[in-house]
Ligand binder design. Structure first.
Ligand code: HEC
Length: 126
């Protein structure tokens, strides 16, 4: 084989190989979820996600008869609702649970995965 043909073949091979191994993150940046990598805290993340729920689920709203008795204002109450399975069941719109937030659309995927991460971390009070 002539050297020039050999060189062309090698270059061609290198080129196709580099195309084939292009990283998924670079081609589809949305596939890598920055939410899952972010640190999740109770005070910084969880309370913020649950903030819009407090119109019906604060202590005062619940004692005023709203929110079906589900309190989401403080750490102990949030953990209790999580342990009952109702929090994730509700916000993931799983069957057998009442879909939350009531009257609103499902929470962004990112927020649901952040809550899940906090639960997987044993719900730290941080
Ligand atoms: C507009 C008022 C309202 C808002 C806003 C709201 N909820 Fe609720 N939520 C309710 C009511 C009312 C119930 C009880 C429904 C029932 O028992 O029929 C309830 C029930 C629940 C339950 C129990 C579900 C079950 O299947 O037992 C959970 C968990 C919950 N809410 C979480 C949330 C979360 C998290 C948010 C915010 C993302 C939220 N809610 C926003 C009114 C609301």
């Amino acid at each position: 084989m002539k050297p020039i043909i050999k060189l062309t073949l090698v270059l061609l091979l290198a080129f196709t190989a580099s195309c084939y191994y292009d990283s998924e993150e670079r081609l589809y940046p949305k596939l890598s979820d920055p939410c899952k990598d972010k640190d999740v805290t109770f005070s910084g993340t969880v309370t913020q996600i649950l903030q819009p729920c407090l119109s019906c689920h604060s202590n005062s709203a619940v004692s005023g008869g709203e929110g079906g008795g589900i309190k989401l204002e403080n750490y102990a109450d949030v953990v209790a609702v999580i342990q009952s399975g109702r929090l994730m069941g509700g916000i993931k719109h799983e069957s057998g649970y009442i879909p939350m937030p009531q009257g609103g659309g499902i929470l962004p995927e990112c927020q649901i995965s952040q809550l899940q991460k906090w639960i997987d971390n044993q719900t730290p009070n941080n």
